[in-house]
Each structure stands twice: as structure tokens, then as C-alpha cells.
Write a protein that binds this ligand. Structure first.
Ligand SMILES: NC(=O)c1ccc[n+]([C@@H]2O[C@H](COP(=O)([O-])OP(=O)(O)OC[C@H]3O[C@@H](n4cnc5c(N)ncnc54)[C@H](OP(=O)(O)O)[C@@H]3O)[C@@H](O)[C@H]2O)c1
Length: 261
């Protein structure tokens, strides 16, 4: 199947590790020009050099804290300066802290709103003039909590649902410009974030991290966690020219874990 990604100009946000990094790598392998962005310059440089061996187009990098509006504008300006435009935006971010309702104060609510929802809104606003030029794709990375809230992750459960409302509305508003908007939700994909959450749960339950992982994987019909590469394949397909008719939808990469249909 022809993905039509050669020469496409892609901004992958939060791509210095984990899901974002795997997504960036797959776009690079498909011949796209890819801009890496996150806060940690050293990690970005390391990813950029790791991607060098698969590179057909350009791989740029820009440091950006997506909770800062001026840095978002800088990230988008740099992408356009490097590539001449943007065809595909992958919105991604770090996860908010774990915790239940009574552990979370106003500052934590505000910070999670800015990191996990307002950043997506601001990045879409800043990239939209370029996406409109020739049609494009917006992929928002969320969490399986958009369908089934996860105990102990109230910040994630709350703001990721906002991504859904945003994406569905934008799918309507941007369809006349041939911009397709979709959301991809990971279940349990092995990255640093999952390792940290396992550690928190292990301490809380006073059992080992290995036991937490084992129990979590027993609840997944496929019997294992996913890999970042498995997740990236879905994102890259939705962002490609092979997807011409899916917009306003959510896709779950979860090994069958969700019980709702
Ligand atoms: N992995 C899973 O199974 C899973 C499941 C459900 C939801 N999710 C969610 O999916 C997203 C990605 O997950 P992941 O597993 O890849 O997480 P991860 O390994 O923790 O990576 C997070 C990425 O976000 C970047 N980042 C964090 N804060 C940022 C900021 N303020 N500005 C710019 N970049 C920032 C980090 O780079 P820098 O440190 O360089 O900024 C890093 O590249 C997270 O929101 C996570 O909660 C993941």
C-alpha cells in the first residue's frame, strides 16, 4: 500500500522518547521530513542522530516546552522555516501526575490542563494556517482513559476526554479544508511513563514492580504490553495518504484490554 508520505512535512510534538520518538522514527523511515520537539535538547539531539541512518528527507529538532505559548509559536515557526510548511501534526505531551481527587490541588489541575489539553489547542491554532494550505492531518495522542477512566489518574481521565470533544468538533470544522482529525489512544505501551506508573503502583501496594507488570498484562487479552512501534504504525497510517475517509474517530491500541465496545 502506498502511504504517500515521501516529502511530507511532519511536526511530532513530545518526541524525545517513548511514543513520540517511535512515531517520528516511522515517519522518517517512510521518507517524510520530520521535526522533533520537546524540552530536553540533549535527548532530542540523540534521537536526531539515531534517526540519521533511516533518513531520506530532513530531520530537524527544536526545543519547546509546550506549556509556554511563545515556545509553541517558536516551534511552529522553526518547522515552517526548515520545511516551508506543515502537512501533518502529531500532538503529544508528557503524562500528568498520578493521584486521586483529594490529592490534587488547584495548581496541579491548572498544570495538567495546560500540559494535556491547552497545549494541543494552542499547537493546532498555530499550525492551522499551514495545514489549510493543501489539506492535512492532525493526530492527537490521548489514552485509553478516553473510553474507560483509569483508577488513580484523575487528571489524565479528565483532560484527555477534552481532547475527544476538541477533535470531534474540529473534524467537522476542518473537513471543508480537507484536514482529517483523529485521536489515537494507547492502552499499555511499554515506555518510561508506564515504568514510572508501575513503580508508583508497586510502592502503593507494597509489591514488586515486576508483579505489577505481570498483573497488568494478565488483564490484556493478548497477554502482553504493546511496543511503541506497534502504536506508531496506527498513527502513521492515519496520518498518511492511505487514510482518505477516517476523521473525527478514536482508535485504541490496547491489545484488547478495554471491555467496552
Ligand atoms: N505509554 C502508554 O502506554 C500510555 C498510556 C496512556 C497514555 N499515555 C500518554 O501518552 C503520552 C506519551 O506517552 P509516553 O509513554 O511516550 O510518555 P514518556 O515516555 O513519558 O514521554 C513523554 C514525552 O513528552 C515530552 N514532554 C513532557 N513534558 C513536555 C513539555 N512540557 N513540553 C514538551 N515536551 C514534553 C518528553 O520530552 P522532554 O522531557 O524532552 O520534554 C517526552 O518526549 C503521555 O501523555 C502519556 O501519559 C501513554
Amino acid at each position: 500500500m502506498e502511504m504517500g508520505l515521501k516529502g511530507k512535512r511532519v511536526l511530532v510534538v513530545a518526541s524525545s522518547q517513548g511514543l513520540g520518538k517511535a512515531i517520528a522514527e516511522l515517519f522518517v523511515r517512510e521518507g517524510a521530513n520530520v521535526m522533533l520537539a520537546s524540552r530536553n535538547q540533549d535527548r532530542l539531539k540523540s534521537v536526531q542522530s539515531q534517526l540519521e541512518e533511516f533518513r531520506q528527507g530532513k530531520v530537524g529538532m527544536v526545543t519547546c516546552d509546550i506549556t509556554q505559548p511563545d515556545q509553541i509559536q517558536h516551534m511552529v515557526d522553526e518547522t515552517v522555516k526548515e520545511f516551508g510548511g506543515i502537512d501533518i501534526l502529531v500532538n503529544n505531551a508528557g503524562g500528568p501526575p498520578a493521584g486521586g481527587f483529594e490529592e490534587i490541588d488547584d495548581d496541579a489541575w491548572q498544570a495538567a490542563f495546560e500540559l494535556n489539553l491547552l497545549s494541543y489547542i494552542r499547537i493546532i491554532r498555530a499550525t492551522l494556517p499551514y495545514l489549510k494550505e493543501d489539506g492535512g492531518r492532525i493526530i492527537n495522542i490521548a489514552s485509553s482513559s478516553i473510553r474507560e477512566p483509569i483508577p488513580g489518574l484523575i487528571l489524565s481521565n479528565t483532560f484527555r476526554m477534552g481532547i475527544l470533544g476538541l477533535a470531534k468538533t474540529l473534524a467537522d470544522e476542518l473537513a471543508p479544508f480537507h484536514i482529517l482529525v483523529n485521536t489515537v489512544a494507547p492502552g499499555r505501551i511499554l515506555t518510561d511513563r508506564i515504568s514510572q506508573l508501575d513503580e508508583i503502583n508497586a510502592n502503593k501496594k507494597e509489591i514488586s514492580k515486576e508483579e505489577i507488570k505481570k498483573r497488568a498484562e494478565e488483564r490484556i487479552p493478548l497477554g502482553r504490553s504493546g511496543t511503541p512501534e506497534e502504536f506508531a504504525k496506527v498513527v502513521v497510517f492515519l496520518a498518511s495518504e492511505a487514510n482518505t475517509y477516517m476523521t473525527g474517530s478514536s482508535f485504541f491500541v490496547d491489545g484488547g484490554k478495554l471491555r467496552s465496545v
